[in-house]
Design a protein around this ligand. Structure first.
Ligand code: SAH
Length: 244
């Protein structure tokens, strides 16, 4: 077995201390089910509440002119997990290894994530609203930068195992009970159906289950709801939606 390293630091590396500049609220209350990249869930909104020592109006002056942003954040739920120098990306079916630096693994020597999101601007509470987030609710944000098209986008870049967006697209269907409950909660969360569609059509099950049917009932937490679903043939079937 490969050794699991801790995030505690090492003797021959410089070490730095960062603090969060804010915390993001998102609909995703648990890691399971969150799409693996931000643009795969373009409707998912996040709201960044800045730390009290940051003046959002000053610090975000001019940001309105940029449609997209990079946000750097901490994989705060993985801090205890340590890291390994090789990982098995789900895109490779979970059985081929690549180096941690050739992957977007969330278990890294420095547990820092990077996502490109759409900028929806400051709201009336001076929180920054963004869309297309692949972040867990309450993730600490450590930096925000404008996305710069001429510098940040390289149209002929080659991308190894991530050359193309994943194509497992399951059809999503609802039981009568789940449909009734969904319709009721759409008043409170108008984006619920489209988010759920995005999550479930990408088959969030472990990679080795992809393309198979199984008996198990899975659950994903979205806002304060527990969505129960099963994969039947190529249909992701929502059995029930329970308020938590
Ligand atoms: N776009 C980012 C993240 C890609 S991985 C990057 O490339 O760095 C996306 C996965 O990160 C999600 O599926 C979710 O399970 C996980 N994730 C999101 N926020 C997290 C957090 N705060 N702690 C641990 N894992 C998190």
């Amino acid at each position: 077995m490969t050794k699991r390293n801790s995030n505690a630091g090492s003797t021959n590396a410089a070490s730095f201390e960062f603090r969060s500049i804010g915390i993001i609220s998102t609909p995703f209350k648990q890691k399971f089910g969150i799409p693996r990249q931000s643009q795969s869930i373009s409707k998912a909104k996040g709201v960044i509440q800045f730390s009290s020592d940051i003046n959002p109006v000053n610090a975000c002056r001019g940001l309105d002119d940029f449609s997209h942003l990079w946000i750097s954040f901490i994989f705060h739920e993985n801090l205890q997990g340590g890291w390994k120098d090789t990982v098995r990306p789900p895109r490779l079916g979970g059985n081929e290894k690549v180096g941690v630096f050739a992957s977007r693994s969330t278990f890294r020597p420095n547990p820092i994530g990077l996502s490109v999101v759409k900028n929806l601007g400051l709201n009336s509470k001076n929180e920054l609203v963004v869309a297309g987030v692949d972040l867990l609710d309450k993730t600490p944000i450590i930096d925000i930068k404008p996305y710069i098209r001429y510098a940040d986008s390289i149209s002929d870049a080659s991308c190894g195992f991530a050359e193309f967006a994943p194509d497992t697209m399951l059809q999503v269907d609802y039981s009568e009970l789940a449909r009734v409950k969904l319709n009721k909660l759409l008043h409170k969360h108008p984006d619920f159906e489209v988010l759920l569609q995005n999550i479930l059509e990408q088959d969030p099950r472990p990679a080795y289950k992809s393309g198979t049917e199984d008996e198990k009932t899975y659950s994903v937490l979205l806002y304060s709801y527990d969505v129960k679903w099963q994969v039947r043939e190529a249909i992701n079937y929502v059995v029930d939606i329970e308020a938590k």
